[in-house]
Design a protein. Structure first.
Length: 303
């Protein structure tokens, strides 16, 4: 083995080959990249990009309640987070139907209230539940139970997204047609058309955010969901290509972030999101929809 090969091994492969915690972190991050990033693409297409951020705050009180009931149990905290996120999303929709407020306005108020409640509950729960760990995560500290949770959620999420794909695409691009077709085929089913797909989609978003809370934290998990999704739109116009590109960028950011976190001794969650941000900046400059290709095309047209 030459010196350069040995150096590349130590930098890129060695940490994963030598340490089990690095391998667990890598598998968990790749699983989140495969399941969460495609949901981010749909969020951007539906002009709901900030919804993921709001829901990532909303799961915090559920995680705290799960800890207060069952202690340091990943299953209990995850279940509490899912219930809290769905409760906030459901309440936002209910408020928007009964008042003049739009759903985004009611969601903004509710998630801030949920965040305040979550921080308060964590302060009451004692020092064993670390607020910074919940908010920003620790991918290098993922244990066996956390890895199983992330892998299970990613698998179920991908299967659900595959089954929902046709209806979700219709509801995203043409909800009027979706409701009309359900009305013609099922009569009273019209009232459940868009609402059903919207709620099912929100459940997938919440479940993926909860799965990421141990790895990336409730605040950082949404970064792996949204940043690669936004970046992928600069590279492709078709939906399937955007879905694949977003997952690939999320996976690359996850691997690069873990390596940088290991070698530079930085927090793993923010480092992963920082790598995703670097890919986004590169896309802004180099992608077909970015600045440099547009400038090049415009300058040659003028010439």
């Amino acid at each position: 083995m030459t010196a350069s090969t040995a150096l590349l091994w130590d930098l890129l492969i060695g940490p994963f080959a030598e340490f089990a915690f690095m391998r667990r972190a890598l598998v968990a991050t790749l699983a989140l990249a495969l399941s969460a990033a495609p949901l981010g693409v749909f969020l951007t297409l539906r002009r709901m990009s900030l919804l993921g951020d709001a829901l990532s705050h909303a799961v915090l009180p559920g995680v705290a309640v799960g800890y207060m009931v069952a202690g340091v149990s990943v299953t209990a905290m995850a279940l509490g987070g899912v219930l809290a996120g769905m409760l906030v999303a459901g309440l936002a929709g209910w408020v928007s139907r009964l008042t003049p407020l739009k759903e985004d306005a009611s969601l903004a108020a509710l998630y801030l209230m949920a965040l305040a409640l979550g921080v308060t509950l964590i302060s009451w729960a004692g020092t064993q539940l670390d607020l910074l760990h919940l908010l920003f995560g620790s991918a290098l500290g993922v244990d066996q139970s956390g890895l199983l949770l992330v892998a299970g959620v990613a698998t179920a999420s991908l299967l659900a997204l595959a089954l929902m794909y046709r209806g979700l695409v219709l509801e995203t691009f043409d909800p009027v047609f979706l409701n009309a077709s359900r009305s013609a085929n099922r009569g009273a089913g019209r009232r459940l058309g868009s609402w059903f797909w919207h709620q099912a989609f929100l459940m997938l978003v919440v479940v993926n955010l909860v799965a990421g809370f141990q790895t990336l934290g409730t605040l950082m998990a949404v970064g792996l969901m949204m940043i690669p999704a936004v970046s992928s739109r600069l590279w492709h116009d078709t939906l399937p290509a955007q879905l694949l590109n977003a997952s690939a960028q999320a996976a690359l950011a996850g691997m690069a972030g873990l390596l940088l976190s290991y070698h530079l001794d930085t927090p793993s969650g923010p480092t992963i999101i920082g790598c995703a941000g670097a890919l986004y900046v590169g896309s802004l400059l180099l992608a077909p929809g970015g600045w440099l290709p547009r400038w090049w095309t415009t300058s040659h047209r003028v010439a």
